[in-house]
Design a protein around this ligand. Structure first.
Ligand code: FMN
Length: 174
């Protein structure tokens, strides 16, 4: 089973998961920027990983355009973010990123990534500072929201190799 892992990563957390998956599957690995429809033709299985930005999986639109017709290819995707990954959050995530038809065919996994403010681009720093401001003036922030404010002062890294187990089981046995 020839497998390709494609990823899009802004600060490195998604790349880390993509590398763990590629090593375990003995798969090729590629940044989304280098991915083409022609390349996709050489693989039986494609795994895509992107980071969450305002609930959207980064790069997914680009990938979907390249992979218009999956044929009998196996495809699954994962995304990383800061949220805990509760059932409600994951349901909202799938709804926001896939049509009903797509989500019936495509399996999505969520892994907690991390947050490092210093590594963000200017525009993403601006977006996150605006979010921080909103959270700081909130009357009763939740524990999760307090954690987001804290993470501006010291980077957080929730990545853990064991998180990929479910995806690996899905690809090997599912
Ligand atoms: C502008 C911006 C928006 C974000 N939006 C979300 C979000 O909607 N949900 C979430 O869980 N995490 C969100 N995050 C956190 C990132 O998804 C998280 O840090 C991710 O692991 C980064 O992956 P990367 O290092 O591969 O870029 C956001 C981060 C930034 C900078």
């Amino acid at each position: 089973m020839k497998t390709l892992v494609v990823y899009s990563s802004h600060t490195g957390y998604t790349k880390k998961y993509a590398e763990w998956i590629a090593v375990d599957l003995k798969a090729d690995i590629l940044n989304l920027k280098e991915f083409t429809a022609e390349l996709a033709g050489c693989y039986e299985t494609i795994v895509y990983g992107g980071w969450l930005k305002a609930g959207k999986i980064s790069g997914l639109g680009v990938l979907k355009r390249h992979l218009k017709d999956l044929g009998n290819k196996k495809f699954c995707d994962f995304c990383t973010g800061n949220m805990l990954g509760t059932r409600e959050e994951l349901e909202a995530l799938v709804k926001k990123n896939f049509t009903k038809k797509e989500s019936a065919k495509i399996k999505t996994f969520y892994f907690r990534g991390g947050f490092d403010y210093k590594k963000l681009s200017r525009i993403n720093k601006f977006i996150m500072r605006s979010l921080k401001f909103v959270l700081q003036i909130k009357k009763n922030p939740t524990e999760g929201e307090k954690a987001i404010i804290e993470s501006f002062y010291s980077p957080v890294d929730y990545t853990a190799k064991e998180n990929i187990k479910e995806l690996m089981d899905y690809l090997k046995n599912g």
